[in-house]
Design a protein around this ligand. Sequence first.
Ligand SMILES: Nc1nc2c(ncn2[C@@H]2O[C@H](COP(=O)(O)OP(=O)(O)OP(=O)(O)O)[C@@H](O)[C@H]2O)c(=O)[nH]1
Ligand SMILES: [Mg+2]
Length: 524
Amino acid sequence: MALSMRPFHANHANYEDRQDDPLSKVLQPPPDESPDERARREQQQREATRVSLEIDEGIQEARKMYERRKKAVKILLLGQAESGKSTTLKNFQLAFTPAHFRNERLAWRTIIQLNLIRSLKTLLEIIQDEMESPTWTPPPPPPIPLSEKARGKLPAGAPVPTSSPANGGGKKAATRSIRFSTQPPNDAPLTDVHRRARLRLLPLLSIEGEMTRQLFPELAAGLNPLPDVSLGTSTPPSLPGVKEVCVRAGNGWKTVLASLQAQGEKGKGKGNQNGPIDELTTSLSGCKDDMIALWEDQAVRAVLRRRSVRLQDMPGFFLNDIARVASLQYEPSDDDIVRARLRTLGVEEHRFTMETGAAGSEWYIYDVGGSRSNRPHWIPYFDDVQAIIFLAPLAFNLMLEEDSRVNRLEDSISLWREICGNKLLEGATLILFFNKMDILQATLASGIRVQKYVPSYAEQPNDVLHVVKYFRDKFRGYHKRLSPKPRPFYCHETSVVDTRATAVILVGVKEGILRAHLQSVNVI
Ligand SMILES: Nc1nc2c(ncn2[C@@H]2O[C@H](COP(=O)(O)OP(=O)(O)OP(=O)(O)O)[C@@H](O)[C@H]2O)c(=O)[nH]1
Ligand SMILES: [Mg+2]
């Protein structure tokens, strides 16, 4: 298009000399052109010139972008789903582009509220399951104090929590802000009070479902949007249901959130209607006391213990922060944003112009979806990255969410082997993060033995020091054996939800990558 317009503009000066050029001939004004026709033709020529210049500028801009990208440092974050890639990215943003990070606070508020409801949903499902289990029989209602009966304050048959100092007395216990169970933790049964609290909280789940549908329509339909194949080779497809808030590559969800927010503002302008975002906040706030009571309840805790469920290790866990997150004035802290869970799908490119450190330098960080169906989408990014940060939580006792037959650590190791041996990546620096060290620590402290899951670990001490050393040696061995060319092995133990400790590690990582990059382009 730009080419065909050139004769009007850039080559106009030698127009007369081009009488033999067939294109010029076609473009010659007709000999009997009227003044009106001439004016129209000249107007068209001016318009064509303007468009042509615009296209030229666009090409220039694209060329500059390309050059900038070629010179920039490019990092790929890899690892299985839930390994902490997006959380590491947020740490990068917080450390090196804090202003940009904090600009997105409002968008994260909704995601965190949805995270909270997700954990609540799991809790309610467990409570329901417990109550429906054949061994559960509703305990007889505790005796109603005669004085209460006589005053006729309670409906017939209503269960009345026991009056005790622990729950603030019988009268107070009938309100929502009670502690439901007062018996010793291990014998406390679930009662009708729990069932009713659960029923009161159920509407929150519908609101969450509706919100998720609006934010991520294709996911809410329960479809797996990407084919399920491993890195390079095909495996039988599996369609895991979407169980949490997801984000497609790109920043689409932030735009949708902004428009939902605007919808709310418009509603307010008209003096009545709340938008969906305000509705979510108001509903959460209305359910706050019930949520706190249920989560802090001894009988509920006993059920979780019996079933060995540690909700606090699940992604996007905010049940310990209900009072804050479910308040009307909630504003996420930096830590909240870092801990928020938003599953990545596909590959997201994030451009950084450093605000601190090597200020002004350009970095591109690619954050990828880590579940098996996402992995084929990583490959196009392999031939142009300087460094890979590979996240491998030492989750020796957990299975993949998308395939409950596959051990997470085993999956991480086979992925690491593929990355180490990949020819396209032979020039890239590989940096290994043993992430979620806090969870490893808690797992080992709870008495779970590595040997049970990894028989070759044998009788070595079941502590962090030995476990880390054992697996570091394994990862180092594959790195050495499979790398097409020798390269240094870097390994860090991280808990990337700890932003302060992570910032220190990232500064070192950033400097190392920058040095290697400058060396490769012969600047130093
Ligand atoms: N306790 C703890 N939680 C972590 C750590 N790193 C990440 N998380 C949490 O784990 C969850 C998953 O982290 P993400 O960063 O979203 O994982 P991801 O690798 O991007 O996952 P995909 O996008 O599905 O590939 C989030 O809720 C994080 O807050 C850690 O070191 N310790
Ligand atoms: Mg992610």
